[in-house]
Design a protein around this ligand. Sequence first.
Ligand code: NAD
Length: 476
Amino acid sequence: MYPDLKLYIAGEWRKTSEDLAVLNPATEEEIGRHPRASRRDLDDALSAAVEGFAIWRRTAPRERANVILRAAALMRERLEEIARSITLEHGKPLRQARLEVIRGAEFFEWDAGEAMRTYGRVIPSGPGESFTVHHQPCGVVAAFSPWNFPMSQPARKIGGALAAGCSIILKAAEETPAGALHIARAFEDAGLPRGVLNLVFGDPAEISGYLIPQEPVRLVAFTGSTVVGRHLTTLASEHMTPVLMELGGHAPVIVCEDTDVEKAAISGAVRKYRNAGQVCTSPTRFFVHDSVYERFRDTFVRRAAETVVGNGLEDGVEMGPLANERRITALSELVEDARAKGAEVLAGGKRHGDKGYFFQPTVLANVPEAARVMQEEPFGPLAVINPVPSLDAAIAQANSVPYGLAGYAFTNRADYLAQLSEEVEVGNLSINTLEASMPETPFGGVKSSGYGREGGSEGISNYMVIKHVWHSSKIA
Ligand code: NAD
């Protein structure tokens, strides 16, 4: 069921002399081994990407779109196989893995359309001359995708790059290599020219340290933690290479007094524990108006405690394990720190079971400002629920972290909507829903949550450069 893991370079699948184990986080058992790319493999990927770019940039946008659409159709056909590999390597419930495959295909389908809409501009000019603005693919992209969405995260980057006419070397997450491998297979079968898409795994720091300074690399695209994003941005800046950075978040949820409190609380608890909270837009800091605080908190805690935790392959499971042992330690430390500083632990707070990297759905209430979790992204199944006296106070709390990716609110009041839209410092604000992005909407952060946008009509522009052409019919 789990694929034989290989690198994909210059249109060929390759094993290497060194490989590393991939574990199922629900059982801690080895399910495969991913090859580790050497310098030679990376050099080959670079040469292939340069050759691939020369072909792909000259491929008509409509033909690029057709290849992307064919690949997306193959991913949909292979939905069950891909979803099962994702559940095995990541642990998420199969139902969520299937939805991820569909979302990944939707990202590609959106990007295919965008390939044909990279319009330039004609600037009014005097007689005998023309000013035209062209959008051209930037070149070879070095991309790095994380483990929380093994298929849809690589899809974002591959879709944008290929639609624009770029070639790409993707280092997908070593924890979850199969999602990206299935994408590469689909593109191979869809007839993508060799070298346009290259897939590698290995030591993340070694690969980024080697690829980013290389001359043909014209964009670094990364999704992951702010710490690593900052490091890669520094490295890229030494070479004047632009970056697309989709980094951490610490999403606030403002619950106003006019909302349907029970519904908001259930929606919050269901959404919080999706993907075991390992989502950069995961709703985490709930700021609830004093007058509805207790009702919201109690309903949320009840629903949190009902969450069915287990192996994602089993029916009825709502929440799988965390990615690795490291995440259990990180979460446990945040809970203990908050408890020591006076927070109430109303649900969970500990490892779940003794096999697999499971953590209990956790709710902390009345958490003091000094607790680390009020500033640090937990990236796990942990919710903070604190009372606030007013919308002003809630917005001040929402904006009090260095992050600004997603933010949410529950309200039906037009004046509240206007204030929230104006004042909450995030790239994505959602009202009465805890969904943050769709293929057709721009996604990305402000502050330490990153630069650039993925998706929407904005996304493709990261992968393009602007050229102004001034044509004079006579020599001036
Ligand atoms: P981490 O910071 O060690 O790694 C995060 C990701 O970056 C991983 O995919 C890793 O392979 C990659 N990475 C690490 N060092 C790298 C380097 N030098 N060059 C290139 N890639 C590198 O953290 P972790 O323990 O694996 O994950 C937890 C943290 O990662 C969370 O706190 C969260 O902020 C972040 N994260 C964010 C997203 C997201 O969607 N924004 C996804 C996954 C992880």
